[in-house]
Write a protein of this length. Structure first.
Length: 253
């Protein structure tokens, strides 16, 4: 089994020291406390500063934690709260729809599944928490593209084709995103996986910002009727999205 990386251990030790001690510390204070050479500490602090994890006071030269750590911490708390608020509503959606339910968030140019409720039958299923799904070929992803401006910047330059139905033309994808914004939900039929369809709607936080998406997925024969999504399934997904959003402090939408 590979050993730990010493430079990362030292960087972590410095961050913990800055978090737990005085608000600002001098280079010499950090070096003495951790028993490290000043040159070593200076190099690590400079790297952490470049990445936004540490800031240096221009007048005193002392160091403190940077804003990037706050952003990462808030991101973790947001996802944790999203999952916690979604548990009951996701279970209800699985029961009402009879299909599996997934909660997804934008992550590294794709959709990260942070919660998954199995279809309520006796079939064998695989837990997908932690799985990544494409933005342009899934209902969850298209919801994020339609409602979250950040998602557009993370979309791959060349859209990968997964099936013959995958949207790989950006203009066509933009038109669909416009339609999704108008109706408030997204659907996909066999765009990511042959024989599988999906429905999803946005989840918003107290600021009205898109925080993620909730959706159902299953066999295209069950989720569609004459090629269309039944109104009852659309209503169930939208009600789940509104309920989770309300729990997160969002206004009615």
């Amino acid at each position: 089994m590979p050993g730990s990386i010493q430079s990362l251990e030292r960087a972590a030790a410095i961050l913990r020291l800055l978090a737990g001690g005085e608000r600002q510390l001098a280079l010499s204070d950090v070096a003495v406390t951790l028993g490290l050479a000043k040159g070593t500490v200076h190099g690590i602090l400079r790297t952490l500063q470049q990445e936004g994890f540490v800031e240096q006071d221009p007048e005193t030269g002392r160091y403190q934690l940077g804003a990037e750590l706050l952003r990462l911490g808030n991101s973790y708390l947001d996802v944790h709260e999203l999952r916690a608020r979604s548990l009951m509503w996701a279970d209800d959606l699985a029961r009402v729809s009879g299909e599996s339910v997934r909660i997804g968030v934008l992550h590294q140019g794709g959709v990260l599944v942070v919660h998954h409720v199995f279809r309520p039958d006796d079939s064998r299923q695989v837990l997908e928490v932690g799985a990544m799904r494409p933005l342009h070929a899934t209902a969850l992803g298209k919801v994020l593209l339609a409602f979250d401006p950040v998602a557009h910047g993370e979309l791959d330059e060349e859209l990968k084709s997964f099936t013959r139905r995958t949207l790989t033309d950006r203009a066509a994808l933009e038109r669909e995103c416009g339609l999704i914004r108008e109706r408030g939900w997204a659907g996909e039929r066999e765009e990511a996986v042959e024989g599988v369809a999906g429905l999803a709607a946005p989840i918003r936080d107290r600021r009205g910002t898109p925080m993620g998406a909730v959706g159902i997925g299953g066999a295209v024969e069950r989720l569609t009727e004459r090629g269309e999504f039944p109104a009852r399934l659309v209503a169930a997904v939208r009600e789940a999205s509104r309920s989770i959003s309300r729990d997160l402090g969002a206004a009615l939408f």
